[in-house]
Write a protein that binds this ligand. Structure first.
Ligand SMILES: Cc1ncc(COP(=O)(O)O)c(C=O)c1O
Length: 399
């Protein structure tokens, strides 16, 4: 038997690409807030992007039954056929476009669709246009793949809808993918049907694809959702990202899906084979119940988010230095804080440390988020009122 001892400690040599990987600071703020709570401070959590409701009981029951029925094994990488069929039916109905199960890939959350789409379509040096402020994972993953991140700024005076002329001016021969997100995180902005037609017209006959992040499509407070996949000629150019996390309060279950042309779906499924094998089988059985079962809980949650949004926006607009538009979708508000004279990150830190209110700096969503904070309204009206009162007291003392 060899007795060689290794005595030199190993140095960690990370691959260069790791230095280009970003993060989602909501999780970091949550950790800081929890640390303050451990010291005995009371914190109102308005930082995190997940429904505060529990998953509806019919969905939980379906998962438990599936476990007892033996859905504890590997399944097909693209998802269980019955769930793919349920999703295809549901998305066909809600988007007004016919999709087949072969065009659906089930993955563990909405996030992997961002990762897999970029991996499958984007080469080093290709350009990807994405909203800024926007979900930070877009920029992080574009940079990670050494593609060129081309931000499209969202403007408050347009209710945070992107300006299609600005978009058109950023499309070049190197543009491979355009990412759109409506209803939007972090602003709550919603693209109109006209905006979406104009985006499709700006793309024209170009051979580029659109990743349409529609994860908040059921959390809309006015009008009907409209998907770019419904514009003539766009179905084959669109990857729809959707999932269960927000609509059915299932963030911890990790289940989402992409809907795309079948020839791309087979490649995304191959990425699943190589990374996760499949999404958890019993979770997928619960997904069928979520889609086909009673939808009243989803509607109840939507109405609660709307009421909380109204309470928060009315309240924050009365506080010195803050002004906030009424978001039309999702469960986020994005008040302008430039009148406070404070930079966003510093203000977010001060509100957490001194007022006990956790929010995110607009800059957590990209450089164009400076001048804003994001407050999630995924908390009770009582807690939102406590937060408003604390911010008001803080502003009276410090501004
Ligand atoms: C715009 C957007 N897309 C995708 C996701 C990812 O959702 P999931 O938790 O299902 O991965 C989120 C979650 O916050 C989001 O805000």
């Amino acid at each position: 038997m060899s007795t060689t001892m290794i005595s030199v400690p190993t140095e960690l040599h990370l691959a260069k690409r790791m230095s280009r990987l970003g993060t989602e600071s909501a999780f970091e703020v949550l950790v800081r807030a929890r640390a303050l709570e451990k010291q005995g401070k009371h914190i109102v959590h308005l930082e995190i992007g997940e429904p505060d409701f529990d998953t509806p009981k019919n969905i939980v029951d379906a998962a438990v039954s599936a476990l007892h029925m033996g859905y504890t094994h590997y399944g097909p990488s693209a998802g269980l056929p019955d769930l793919r069929e349920a999703i295809a039916e549901d998305v066909s109905r809600s988007r007004g476009v016919k999709f087949t199960p072969e065009e659906v890939v089930v993955v563990p959350g909405g996030k992997p669709i961002i990762f897999f789409t970029l991996l499958a379509l984007v080469e080093e040096g290709d350009e990807v246009i994405y909203p800024n402020p926007g979900f930070p994972i877009y920029e992080s993953m574009i940079n990670f793949l050494a593609a060129k991140a081309v931000p499209i700024p969202l403007h408050e005076e347009r209710d945070f809808r992107l300006d299609v002329d600005e978009l058109a001016s950023r499309i070049t021969d190197r543009t491979k993918l355009i990412i759109i997100n409506s209803p939007q995180n972090p602003t709550g902005g919603v693209l109109t049907k006209n905006d979406i037609y104009d985006i499709a017209a700006a793309i024209g006959d170009r051979n580029l694809m659109v990743l349409s992040d529609e994860i908040y499509c059921r959390l809309l407070f006015e009008g009907e959702p409209f998907s770019i996949s419904a514009v003539e000629g766009m179905k084959d150019r669109t990857i729809i990202l959707d999932g269960f996390s927000k609509t059915y309060a299932m963030t911890g279950w990790r289940m989402g899906y992409g809907v795309m042309r079948a020839d791309l779906a087979t490649h995304i499924a191959r990425l699943m084979t190589n990374s996760n094998s499949c999404t958890a089988s019993f979770t997928q059985m619960a997904g069928i119940e979520a889609i086909r079962g009673d939808q009243t809980a989803t509607e109840r949650m939507r109405l609660k988010f709307q009421r909380r949004r109204d309470v928060f926006v009315n309240g924050i607009n009365r506080i010195k230095g803050f002004s906030c538009r009424l978001p039309k979708g999702a469960f986020y508000t994005f008040p302008n804080i430039t009148q406070t004279g404070w930079p966003s990150k510093k203000l977010a830190d001060a509100l957490l440390d001194e007022a006990g209110v956790a929010a995110l700096s607009g800059t957590a969503f990209g450089a164009f988020g400076e001048g804003y904070l994001r407050f999630s309204v995924a908390n009770s009206v009582e807690n939102i009122e406590i937060a408003l009162d604390r911010i008001d007291q803080w502003a009276k003392k410090n501004l």
